[in-house]
Write a protein that binds this ligand. Structure first.
Ligand SMILES: C[S@@+](CC[C@H](N)C(=O)[O-])C[C@H]1O[C@@H](n2cnc3c(N)ncnc32)[C@H](O)[C@@H]1O
Length: 322
């Protein structure tokens, strides 16, 4: 989610040594007279500094004081949208101070403008496609698309569009801008590799009209709406098309289901999914599932299985050849 550049490591058994150690880090290149700052911290096994908010405050004080002494001005704090994000990791009395190169976490590709129920993080969706062996040269169907994350990530990958090409990064807001010409060249090279359209059809369906509306808006923001065909439809109506490709999905796993019958038992929906897959002979199925009941109901031998984390929720990625 982030790339952290280490700016210093030192011993910090207590607040005073944390303050003193932080002051030794030279952070001048990041800060001009109007640069804003935020500090976050994680702490483990340090009895004097077990409160992460307090540790972050000490680091902020040290940085502000050091910059005032060295440069004659002090940065303002902006916790919501800082120019520079500093991160402290404290384990026992080992302190490491980093500057966050990403700014906004890297899973935010900059295209999620509309929400629906339980969206996947963009980076998790990309991981599902990569681990599931999904290929650009084959048709792709997500029959339970929600906000469209899997279909959009697949369209971006199929068109060779680099993740985050449309967003800004933390390192673009530093006072020292000497690295930006190199970044501009790298960005141009990434832009030059984009394909004009996806090589194969991509279909995104969902039972809910509102989900399809969100998915379409997100695809427009990602610049891939033309590559995806959107349909409001029940998975029960999905039929195989030629040539076969990949059916990729992240089915509901919670208690309440969308649609006309929220009380419909999950096992009925999973039985419908199993029946649909029975009819998709020759296809691959790549399924990210937050509920082990689905794998039991499918009663198929998977080719690949991975344990992944969907935020705090454990999920299984299962790949089947149908
Ligand atoms: C966990 S969400 C998918 C989230 C999605 N991967 C995303 O990133 O936004 C499951 C989706 O399945 C849809 N769904 C539930 N029952 C369905 C059915 N019978 N047919 C088609 N879609 C269905 C829901 O409307 C919901 O959008």
């Amino acid at each position: 989610m982030r790339v952290l550049l280490e700016m210093g490591s030192f011993a910090a058994a207590d607040a005073d040594s944390l303050y003193a150690g932080t002051r030794t880090a030279d952070l001048r290149r990041f800060f001009g007279s109007r640069t804003t700052l935020a500090v976050t911290a994680t702490t483990h096994e340090n009895p004097e500094l077990h409160h992460s908010g307090f540790a972050a405050l000490k680091v902020k004080d040290a940085v502000v004081d050091a910059l005032r002494d060295r440069m004659g001005h002090r940065p303002n704090v902006d916790v919501k949208n800082p120019d520079v994000s500093l991160v402290l990791h404290l384990r026992g009395s080992d302190a490491r101070l980093f500057v966050d190169l990403a700014g906004d976490p890297l899973h935010r590709r900059g295209y999620r403008v509309a929400m629906a129920d339980a969206p996947l993080k963009e980076s998790l969706a990309a991981a599902v496609l990569a681990l599931g062996g999904v290929r650009a040269e084959q048709p792709f169907v997500d029959p339970m698309t929600g906000t469209g994350t899997l279909a959009i990530e697949h369209a971006l990958a199929s068109r060779n569009i680099a993740p985050g090409l449309r967003r800004a990064f933390g390192f673009e807001r530093w006072a020292d801008q000497s690295h930006l010409p190199l970044f501009a060249r790298l960005k141009q090279a990434a832009q030059d590799c984009r394909l004009a359209k996806a090589p194969c059809p991509i279909l995104a369906r969902d039972l809910l009209t509102s989900a399809i509306q969100s998915a379409r808006r997100n695809a427009q923001a990602a610049g891939v709406a033309e590559d995806i065909l959107f349909e409001v439809a029940d998975i029960a109506t999905l039929v195989s098309r030629d040539p076969p490709g990949t059916i990729c999905m992240n089915p509901p796993y919670g208690e309440r289901l969308p649609g006309p019958d929220p009380e419909q038992p999950l096992d009925e929906l999973y039985a419908t999914i199993a029946h649909t897959l029975d009819l998709m002979r020759g296809w691959s199925a790549v399924i990210l599932c937050g509920n082990p009941l689905l794998a039991r109901i499918l009663q198929r031998k998977h080719e690949i299985s991975h344990r992944l984390w969907n935020g705090p929720l454990e999920a299984r990625l299962l790949v089947y050849r149908l």
